[in-house]
Design a protein around this ligand. Sequence first.
Ligand code: ADP
Ligand code: ZN
Length: 374
Amino acid sequence: MHRSDPKFQGRIVHVNLGRRSYPIYIGSHILPDFGPFFTQNCPSKHAIVVTDDNVKPIYAEMLLNSLAEQNLESHLVSVPPGESSKQMAVLEHLYDKMFDFAAERSDCVIALGGGVIGDLAGFLAATFKRGLNFVQVPTSLLAMVDSSIGGKTGINHPRGKNMIGSFYQPKMVFADTDTLKTLPPRELGCGLAETVKHAIIRDAGFFATLEQNTQAVTTLQKNTLIDLVERNCQIKAAVVSADEHEAGLRGILNLGHTVGHAIETTLKNLDFHHGEAVSLGIVAALRLALSRKLLDERSAQKILLLLQKLQLPTHIQGPINSADLYQAMLQDKKVKHGKINFVLPTGIGSCDFINDLSEPEILTAVDSLTQPAT
Ligand code: ADP
Ligand code: ZN
């Protein structure tokens, strides 16, 4: 490290993407010290901070103060919280604001918030004046362990989630785990579903650590959280570094998402949040893996138990129309030549792509979600 570099009291994970490589800073109560790390990683002198109306009153001032301490100019714009802000009308409003703020290509868009803000602000940064600098300050667990890493940005289209977007890497990610103290518990669960996903696909040791620490995780023990975010980032960074644009390997991150996305789009009345739908999608993947004898019963039980201990849903109460869900799966971005490409666990810490599952096999697995998991 250069002598004048600020000292960082926390963990740093590097995302290796050649010239587009960047660091992820992880620590407790690091937001007040954001400014020096920003200047170290991003040449911009003017920042446009994009946040939402829940996060703004809690964290915006802290971030703006730390920028001001470095003599950086900044502007703040806030949008309504929730997935509905990932739409064209909100993006147009943000483009207008960029003109109001006289934003230039050398400036930086900073996303301060959960995954919605990261996706929206990232796409703003990728497209305004053909792209300006971008930095992520994730404040939800889901954003810290998943969506802020890897450069996926975008908005929804009335006919499909995340259908308009681009790959656009940030200059750095800065995750203060203390911000999770104000995160609603249900949102914490969403990040935990992606955490379990990462452990299943890549890391049996991490899975065992999670099994032993469910209490410490759900009660937000400081060091447990830092370890958890760091391990997630290492796993996701390794996958993304190997396959930035999802030509192959990166697809393993879709474990639980094929059925999960279909649940989100089809069962709107049940109001599952993303991570909850992913938890159910993981259960469906377990059932498919069991029926194909790719996974042993004991591992499947362990995964179910961990999801339950983390208070994630493992079954759907009430009837569902599995044919509707199947139709939604066929609309998925990952469908190739009409074949649904599933990621199925082959053990704890390993998985495989399976693309020859028949419609009846998939319908049976989806229908099984209405049975309480035992
Ligand atoms: P996600 O991060 O799960 O993709 P969102 O960006 O919609 O999705 O964030 C989930 C919800 O949590 C939103 O209502 C957002 O305003 C809120 N939120 C995000 N971070 C925090 C935080 N640190 N404290 C309180 N609320 C937060
Ligand atoms: Zn996800």
